[in-house]
Ligand binder design. Sequence first.
Ligand SMILES: [Zn+2]
Length: 295
Amino acid sequence: MEKSAKMTRLIATDGSAFLHVCDSTAIVAEARRLHQTSKTMTAALGRALTAASLMGALLKSPKASLTLQFQCTGPAGGIVCVSDSFGNVRGYAEHPQVELPPNDQGKLDVGGALGGGTLNVIRDPGQGEPYSGLCPLVSGEIAEDIAEYFVRSEQIPTACALGVRVNRDLSVKAAGGFLLQLLPGADEQTAALLQEQVQAVGSVSARIAAGETPEQIAAAVFGAVPFEVMDEAPVAYRCRCSREKYARILATLNRKDLQSLIDDDKDVETVCNFCGKRYVFNVDELRQAMAAKNI
Ligand SMILES: [Zn+2]
């Protein structure tokens, strides 16, 4: 059996910084299976899912969720990823089959697929109003865009690395990333050390492909800065859709639209964007939805 994806949360012993490391190989493999993504879009969606997972694991309340919405001018169109507060994620791309030639460094051209546009980060605390922050895309390579978002919108010094390796047969070889944030009042010397160290880490997906553990990756990020593991937990690609959820959406249609569906006298089929599951509602169910409106 394929090993599950894993989120590891660590902290510098002096409290200067914390680090999330995610081995998202199994998550990205599942995304590829569900969305039949091209090589480039496996990398794009995979990086975005990994970022959402890393950021979701920052949320405090178990009921909270985080959404990353990339609105792109490039051929990918858009990418939406949602994470719960444990780092379990789901996501989709508007054009999952878009393929581009490798970029000038010979890498999958995620920046070319996304192009310009914006990143919208929406946090839903689980109760009360969600809040969001919008930031223009810097490069469309996603990791840089996430780091820029934190610096611009939340004034938190952040380093982010994301990577997806795709095999020749289109399967996912390795995927993962990390998110390093300096905490308020971080020791200046530690901050400087970390900044220097992060540059030297290199490709996270190469490290995961080589069999490195999250602790080994963390050791590369922290370098000479002493650190501790806070916790480690499996994370997964997880869709939360259900027939009830789509029935509720159907019930929110206005009378005119609902009536025209009833007049069509055909089953209504809805497909979940995140997992591809189909939900079919027959005309009787549509009539019941209409009847419920008349109560
Ligand atoms: Zn679903």
